[in-house]
Structures are given as C-alpha cells and as structure tokens.
Design a protein around this ligand. Structure first.
Ligand code: SF4
Length: 331
C-alpha cells in the first residue's frame, strides 16, 4: 500500500493508510533520505524512541538502546508517525482517539527483562508478579526454584515475599532456543531435554515451589514436573506468574490453537492433574495489573480473558482472524 501510494511525501502515505489497517504493527520504513517509524493506533506492540549523540533511533524495545549506547527518550505514541532526519525528528499523529490496548503479555513473557515499558523495567515488574503470587497462592514448601530463565524474576519475588529459601533447581543449556516458538511437538520435546538439567543434590527430598511465567500447551511443564520427580523432589507445587491462557492471539503472537492450550475448557485442578503437579496456582489478572502499575482500560489481555479490544471483541475465532484480506484492510 505504501509503495504504490500516490502521495509525494512518505509520511502522507503512512497517515493515509494507517486508519485502514487493523491489528498490531510497529513499523519502520527507510527511504533514501529518512527513516519513518509508526505504531498502530491501539499501541498493541511496543515502539520506542532513543537518542545517540545528535541523532535519533527507534527500536521495538528499549534494551536495544542500552546495547548500542543510545539514551531512551520515550515511547512512540499509538497512532504516531515519527520521521528521523539528520540531527532531528518530525512527528505527527496520524490516528487519535482509539482505545489503547498494549499487550499485557509483553510484561509477562515476550519482552526482555532489561526493557522498560509503561515506566517500569520488566525485571522489577516480574519480581513484583512473584511477590503478589506468593501473597495470593502460598505453599507449604521447603524451597523455591525457577524454570529458567522465564520464571527467574518471579521466583525471586515469590521467595522474597514468602520467606522461603531459593536455589537453582535446574541448570539451563544456554545454547538452545526457546521451546515456545519452535514448531512441532517432537522438536519442542527434544529441545526441552537438551535445555534443562535438574540438579538432584538441590531438589531431592524437597517440597518444591516451581515458578514459571506461563503455561501454554502444557507439554513443557509436564516434562519439567516429571524431571523434578525423577531427580527426587517429594512434592512439586507449580506457581505461574500469569493467568491461564485460554484464547488465541490475533495480534501477531504465534500461539497454538484454543484446543491445544493446556487450560482449554479445564479447571485449574484439572490442569494440575494433567501436568502431574501436587498443586497449581496462577497469578490473578488483577495481580498482573497491580505488578505492572497499569489498568485494563489501556491494555489487551485477550489471551487470558477472551475480550479482544480490536475488531469487535470476537473471541470465537482462530488466531488468523485478522489475516483474511477483508478484515485486514477496512477501506
Ligand atoms: S491476545 Fe494476549 S498476546 Fe495477544 S496482544 Fe493480547 S495480551 Fe498480547
């Protein structure tokens, strides 16, 4: 749409097409003499502006600025178009007045812990999720361990708030990619065996609280519980620093279908039985918002609640809802 648009200036073309697009997009376009960055009017995905010397830069997460020695300035606003030119920026709002719907799962899982979002560094927000989880779902246990690295900040928070000791129950092989995004069950299971090695000397004979940030399909979690039992753990109490995921994402995150999700049409007790845990508890939605210091009115939490903020709140459809041609472009 941009490349065939008749406007003389690229920003005019962007401003014209943005209201016609639905869904999540944080986009950077480079022309011969400028860089144009724009963020969808609901602000579902992050997009941030930084400065390096006299020049400006954009990134999806602020941790990129730390790596390149740039200074974080601010988030690019939902519906904003920012043009980077030598020594400066130009900015305009292409679309205003749309309900803001920042992805709640960015705080919980997607974004790097050293990124800042909504005024908080995520490592600290995830630690608070663990503290609130300990308050909401205490456990009679001897030791708190994390599923590394995804559960590490929340496990620390859980241990801090509960007064239980914390240790590393697993050593993680850092050369294996995240299991969540690998396609196919076989590859995922193989990936998991290569990824975690439980330490019997730490977990044997112990009643464990095992903290992770989410359960998606449940296969990974089931194997983790089994690995800990094989290593001698006497009890495994799972604590998850997010609510159950029951609905697909329409906004660019490749989640499994509803039927493949561990929490699909199941109670928490049924999920615990499926996974083989002695107990299971999830952080409440209110607990997540308390930890991030945000409110529902400006976020998307549809994968937990089924209430989609964009496209009429449809929950009965698959993850490709916005990928059909007639719903992606509305004019
Ligand atoms: S459905 Fe879930 S993962 Fe997708 S944008 Fe909303 S909160 Fe984020």
């Amino acid at each position: 749409m941009l490349s065939t648009h008749p406007a003389e200036e690229i920003e005019d073309a962007v401003a014209d097409i943005m209201p016609k697009l639905r869904g999540a997009f944080s986009t950077v376009v480079m022309t011969e003499d400028r860089v144009v960055a724009f963020r969808d009017p609901a602000g579902i995905r992050p997009l941030v502006l930084g400065r390096i010397g006299d020049d400006y830069c954009v990134a999806s997460e602020s941790c990129a600025f730390d790596i390149m020695g740039a200074e974080y300035m601010r988030e690019i606003e939902p519906g904003e178009v920012v043009t980077l030119v030598p020594g400066g920026i130009r900015t305009r709002m292409a679309v205003e007045g749309v309900r803001k719907s920042f992805c709640l799962f960015e705080y919980i899982y997607f974004a790097r812990p050293d990124s800042r979002m909504g005024g908080t560094v995520l490592q600290a927000a995830r630690g608070r999720m663990g503290e609130i989880l300990a308050r909401e779902a205490p456990a009679e246990a001897d030791l708190v361990i994390a599923v590394p690295d995804s559960g590490t900040p929340a496990a620390r928070g859980y241990a801090r708030a509960s007064g239980l000791p914390q240790d590393d129950g697993f050593v993680k092989n850092r050369y294996v990619a995240r299991t969540f995004i690998q396609p196919g069950d076989d590859l995922r299971q193989h990936g998991l065996r290569m990824k975690f090695n439980p330490l019997p000397e730490i977990v044997s004979g112990k009643r464990l609280v095992v903290v992770d940030d989410s359960i998606v399909r449940g296969n990974t979690t089931r194997q983790i519980v089994q690995m800990l039992r094989d290593a001698g753990a006497s009890e495994v109490h799972l604590r998850i620093s997010a609510p159950p995921i029951r609905h697909p994402c329409h906004f660019g995150i490749d989640m499994p279908t509803r039927e493949e999700m561990a929490a699909h049409e199941k109670t928490v007790d049924q999920i615990a039985a499926d996974i083989g845990a002695d107990s299971l508890a999830y952080l409440s939605l209110e607990g997540v918002y308390e930890a991030v210091g945000g409110e529902r009115a400006t976020h998307c939490d549809a994968c937990f609640t089924g209430e989609y903020p964009v496209n009429g709140g449809v929950s009965d459809t698959g993850k490709y809802l916005l990928e059909s041609a007639d719903s992606t472009i509305t004019a």
